[in-house]
Design a protein around this ligand. Structure first.
Ligand SMILES: Nc1nc2c(ncn2[C@@H]2O[C@H](COP(=O)(O)OP(=O)(O)OP(=O)(O)O)[C@@H](O)[C@H]2O)c(=O)[nH]1
Ligand SMILES: [Mg+2]
Length: 300
């Protein structure tokens, strides 16, 4: 009998959810940066373990939202948990039970009803093992987790144990995706995310939170290559200058890095063209949200 189901990865921004999803899937389908609020929408990655198909749902980090975009992101994250068969809460070993974690536990009181919630203490490579025992006890005193796993999503420690446990927890039933499918996200969106990752890594302060990337056109060419045009929306003229950089150096470096990653992902040649547009109000435009895979109404 086969099994298949959805496993939502939730947690504070930066907990390592996307890193874990990528490791489980064995490919980079969700972007990762050292900055908070990298993931903006739900991203599905498919992993096989024995006869089980585990559909991991990466979600935006849970935090106290201020802007419309923040609210839409947080709504998407809780929505991911509410739709899942099993929820995995990731926390950071070295940060312990933060206020943010406490707030998530409050939310779980509701969402956790009728589904198992596992705790994954991530980044164990950053702490001594004594810390982990105390943290495990503290967290399990606060919530009835189905099980606790100690992992390093980045280094891979403990990940297989979690994977095998999840394989046994997803419900019996036919697989939901073809066996060789790893992601459920349109290619144009994966490509836009790759560019946004490269930009986020190079831009500072508020700028990553005030820009978005969209794939404007995707053309398959006769020689087997792809011609991809993307627009980077920013809110101010000044931001445009920063994204372009001195003599266009920043955008050139971003374009090169994104093109290389996309080329590797697709296994064929890619011609990538980036354009920066100032759009002061993009954070209030419904179309930008649908391009990101977010519900505009959730941000109201
Ligand atoms: N030391 C260490 N760092 C890790 C580990 N897992 C993830 N990281 C790092 O933590 C940072 C955040 O990782 P992400 O996977 O982007 O975190 P996230 O939870 O998806 O973050 P948001 O999308 O912003 O909610 C990155 O710099 C990762 O390299 C780990 O096991 N150990
Ligand atoms: Mg993420």
């Amino acid at each position: 009998m086969t099994r298949a189901g959805f496993v939502a990865l939730i947690g504070e921004p930066n907990a390592g959810k996307s890193t874990l999803l990528n490791r489980m899937v064995g490919a980079k389908v969700s972007i990762v940066t050292h900055k908070v609020q990298t993931t903006r929408a739900r991203i599905r990655g498919v992993a096989m373990e024995g006869d089980s198909q585990i559909v991991f749902v990466d979600t935006p980090g849970l935090f106290q939202p201020r802007r419309r975009l923040d609210r839409a992101m947080v709504a998407a994250a809780w929505g991911g948990a509410a739709d899942a068969d099993v929820v995995v809460l990731l926390i950071e070993a070295h940060r312990g039970v933060t206020e943010g974690v406490e707030r998530i536990l409050e939310g779980l009181a509701d969402i956790g009803k009728g589904r198992k919630v596992a705790l994954a203490i991530n980044k164990i490579d950053r702490v001594q093992s004594e810390v982990l025992l105390a943290l495990t006890k503290d967290m399990n005193d606060r919530y009835a987790f189905a099980d606790t796993f100690m992992i390093s999503a980045e280094k891979g420690h403990g990940v297989q144990v979690l994977r095998e446990w999840l394989a046994g927890e997803v419900p019996e039933g036919p697989w939901l995706y073809p066996e060789d499918q790893i992601a459920d996200l349109p290619m144009r969106m994966i490509a836009a995310e790759m560019t946004r990752e490269k930009l986020t890594l190079r831009l500072h302060q508020e700028l990553p939170y005030q820009m978005t990337v969209e794939t404007e056109s995707w053309e398959e060419r006769k020689d087997g290559s792809a011609r991809v045009e993307q627009i980077i929306y920013v809110v101010r003229d000044g931001h445009k200058g920063i994204v372009l950089g001195h003599k266009g150096e920043t955008i050139k470096a971003v374009s090169k890095a994104a093109r290389e990653e996309l080329t590797e992902f697709l296994g064929r040649k890619v011609h990538l063209f980036l354009q920066v547009k100032v759009r002061p109000n993009w954070l209030e435009e419904a179309e930008r949200y649908s391009e990101m895979g977010l519900d505009f109404k959730d941000g109201a």
